[in-house]
Design a protein. Structure first.
Ligand code: SAM
Length: 288
């Protein structure tokens, strides 16, 4: 697991889908004047420099945030893409795109006094970045170098009984797929009314292909669980089978507005950042 560094992938097409959905989930929680918790089980470094190091080496952000950035003021850009781009704008000066906010930074900048952010990260270098980034930050953020799957248990249910759990492992080890399913099952038992957002990669690997069906089966087994599943694929699988060609977000207890907003944004994203004829999206939801 210590080979994964999110800096290589920051702002790529998968981050676009993940963080656009995250912003919507947070906006929904912010509608009520009641505090909430966000638990980010796999936090990463928090903020990424797009102009040097890992990001320029991989060039992945060119297929994501860099392609969207010039479109942020266009009337035709869907509202939820704009909301996401506003959060990226918040860490950048005017027109330049230098920094990319990871999920901890997005949550921190959207939260109010009284809301709480619990971050888990295992990687020794990432945790240093994360702690350094939040060193001067306000109350309400707590960071632990710990296994996020295990750490989550101790956070649930959160004291205000309102919350969002973001589960975003690297999936470089196969066991992550199994652990997400187990963690979801146990977490929903402890905190049934929470919103859970699981990200997963579309890669040429059996575990990844079977995962959406497993998530849906799990949701069907749990009482009174609504779910939404969205995928964004930007290209076909590479011939050598290596690489990420798309990703998915599986949300348990989504806000009811999310489906229609994604129905507008996903086809636009396929048009805008799709790379070849295999670019496509899927969107499905089920209410209990
Ligand atoms: N959530 C971040 C975001 O959206 O900006 C990106 C997270 S990145 C996909 C996954 C992170 O999980 C990596 O930084 C990795 O070091 C960390 N990690 C891997 N296994 C972990 C575990 N069991 N518990 C906590 N963190 C873990």
């Amino acid at each position: 697991m210590f080979s994964y560094r999110h800096g290589f992938h920051a702002g790529n097409h998968a981050d676009v889908l993940k963080h656009m959905v995250l912003v919507q989930l947070l906006e929904h929680l912010l509608q009520k004047d009641k505090p909430f918790w966000v638990v980010d089980t796999h936090a990463g470094g928090g903020l990424y420099d797009l102009t040097s190091g890992y990001a320029t080496k991989s060039g992945e952000s060119l297929e994501g945030i860099h392609a969207l950035w010039p479109l942020r003021a266009k009337a035709s850009t869907p509202a939820i893409v704009k909301s996401y781009l506003d959060q990226v704008q918040a860490v950048n000066d005017k027109d330049s795109l230098h920094w990319y906010p990871g999920s901890p930074q997005i949550a921190a900048q959207m939260m109010r006094e009284g809301d709480h952010l619990r971050l888990f990260e295992l990687h020794p270098s990432e945790i240093k970045l994360l702690e350094g980034h939040f060193a001067s930050v306000r109350r309400g953020v707590s960071i632990q170098q710990a296994d996020g799957f295990l750490g989550l248990k101790a956070c649930l249910p959160p004291p205000p009984r309102r919350g969002l759990v973001h589960i975003d492992p690297p999936y470089e080890i196969k066991d992550d797929y199994r652990r997400v399913l187990q963690t979801l099952r146990e977490s929903v038992e402890r905190f049934a009314t929470g919103t859970y957002a699981v990200w997963y990669p579309e890669v040429a690997r059996r575990e990844s292909q079977q995962f959406p069906a497993q998530l849906k089966r799990l949701a069907a087994e749990m009482p009174k669980v609504d779910w939404l599943h969205a995928t964004l694929r930007v290209k076909g699988a590479a011939r050598d089978g290596v690489g990420l060609f798309g990703s998915g977000m599986f949300i348990i207890n989504p806000p009811w507005t999310l489906y229609d907003r994604l129905a507008e944004a996903l086809p636009w994203l396929v048009e805008t950042i799709g790379i070849d004829e295999h670019a496509a999206y899927t969107l499905e939801a089920q209410q209990s």
